[in-house]
Design a protein around this ligand. Structure first.
Ligand SMILES: Nc1ncnc2c1ncn2[C@@H]1O[C@H](COP(=O)(O)OP(=O)(O)OP(=O)(O)O)[C@@H](O)[C@H]1O
Length: 454
């Protein structure tokens, strides 16, 4: 049953998105990272993005729990209970189950990895053949061929998929190997926590133990640590320790090291010690092959003309390419219509239209900030003055100034009809705090990236 649910998972999530009119940003933040971990009797255990923490899990469960259950029932015809957990909690559950039941159950062995991201499911084309070959070589002989391996490329082109494939391969061939996959945002947040709690216990030592006592470190989206001095410093030492002890390091980024402006020179040169490979946008044949692979994995049967229509029109982002197929299938089910080119044209019109660049508005900033802090959007527009509301509101003011062209008084008007001096005060306050508060710096950076992924 797990395979069936997994096969239909994208469709289930897409159905929640369409039925509840969830914005792309909210979908990417909360729902898209959810993964099926296990299905037992009538309980589906779902993993959340570890970066969202416990608060994130409780927010997702509260806000999207029932819509997810309804979509599962609609699509599978069966009523399931769901439990959304963090990967660490799932590991604990699976450890307990394994000790109770032996190792008979065939579970996702590595909850921190997406089970679908393996070399088997990765389509090799002219756009990624070098990155694929280098990844395979590193997976076969960690720390012997290219160290570090630096993979870069635009959004949604398969960097994470390749990194997980390497991790799966190494763990399958050498289960005792200590493999750690993290995003650089997790690395940064854990470092900030460790530094903050330094005086109370030995958490910095624990942090170092975690990151330095491993065989393979995969660090995704390194661009998030760029510009953060203390994180670069810590990463520099982590890198040196691992490299000197002949441990494999694999890094991904949206740009090659030479184009990352705020990267310290000593890190840049280290990143270039090994091999740097890029992933480009796929050509038409590769896009068709990726769609066919997804059709096969999800057990779908889609008219070839529809596949051609998608592959012709969605060119530069594989996540969008796959998402387009999922969206069409979800739509055809909900509307009880056949999957035809006409249906595809209708469903994909926003995605395909040439002017679909998402505008950054105060409302979008409010939406993302309210989700980040788990407070109601209406509170941010309201006159409420409690700190847990006024602080995120000041962050909205700051981000609105930074990410839009609006004047102070326009921002004030859109943010609950406030005076421009109130907005100026809010922006000044956040600007000053940013000088010394690294958690706030990280929050602003992550929020900015989520609001404007370009
Ligand atoms: N060559 C490929 N074959 C099959 N699927 C692919 C391929 N490349 C990318 N994908 C799929 O496209 C989606 C996006 O890929 P992935 O998350 O790895 O991109 P990314 O480069 O890490 O993006 P980001 O820059 O947003 O972190 C995933 O579902 C992945 O499985």
């Amino acid at each position: 049953m797990k395979n069936i649910i997994q096969g239909k998972w994208d469709e289930i999530l897409m159905s929640v998105k369409i039925t509840h009119d969830i914005t792309d940003v909210s979908f990417r933040t909360w729902l898209a990272p959810l993964k099926v971990y296990d299905v037992e009797d009538n309980l589906i255990t779902i993993l959340s993005n570890p970066d969202l923490g416990k608060d994130g899990v409780s927010f997702i469960s509260k806000k999207y729990g029932i819509p997810i259950k309804v979509a599962i029932e609609e699509i599978t015809g069966k009523n399931y209970e769901i439990s959304i957990v963090l990967p660490d909690e799932a590991k604990e559950i699976s450890k307990k189950e394994n000790s109770n039941q032996g190792n008979s159950a065939q579970k996702n062995k590595y909850p921190f990895l997406n089970p679908r991201y393996t070399f088997d499911t990765f389509v090799v084309g002219t756009n990624n053949n070098l990155a694929h070959a280098a990844s395979l070589a590193v997976a076969e002989s960690p720390a012997e061929v290219y160290n570090p391996l630096f993979i870069y490329g635009g959004v949604g082109l398969g960097k994470t998929h390749l990194m997980h494939s390497i991790a799966h391969f190494i763990l399958e061939h050498n289960p005792s190997s200590k493999v750690l996959y993290v995003t650089s945002e997790t690395f940064t947040n854990e470092l900030i926590d460790a530094i903050r709690n330094r005086s109370e216990n030995s958490s910095t030592a624990e942090f170092r133990e975690k990151y330095r006592n491993i065989d393979v470190l995969l660090i995704d989206d390194i661009q998030f640590i760029i510009g953060k001095e203390s994180t670069q410093e810590e990463f520099f030492h982590t890198f040196n320790t691992l490299h000197e002890s002949k441990k494999q390091i694999i890094i991904s980024s949206d740009k090659p090291p030479k184009d990352i402006e705020t990267l310290e020179e000593r890190l840049r040169s280290r990143f270039e010690w090994g091999l740097t490979v890029d992933i480009q946008s796929p050509d038409y044949e590769t896009r068709m092959a990726i769609l066919k692979k997804k059709e096969e994995l999800d057990g779908l049967q889609i008219d070839n003309e529809v596949m051609k229509y998608i592959a012709t029109n969605i060119k530069s982002n594989i996540r969008e390419l796959e998402g387009a197929l999922t969206k069409i299938v979800a739509f055809s089910r909900l509307e009880k219509k056949d999957v035809t080119v006409e249906l595809a044209e209708k469903v994909l019109k926003d995605l395909i239209s040439p002017n679909n660049k998402k505008e950054i508005t105060v409302d979008l900033i409010v939406e993302m900030t309210s989700e980040h802090f788990n407070i109601a959007q209406s509170d941010l527009y309201s006159t409420k003055k409690s700190k847990n509301i006024s602080y995120p509101r000041q962050i909205c003011m700051y981000l609105s100034r930074k990410l839009t062209e609006l004047s102070l008084s326009d921002i004030g008007k859109k943010l609950g009809n406030r005076d421009h001096t109130t907005v100026l005060h809010g922006i000044d306050k956040i600007t000053k705090e940013l000088e010394n508060d690294s958690t706030l710096q990280n929050t602003i950076e992550v929020l900015s990236k989520k609001i404007n992924p370009q």
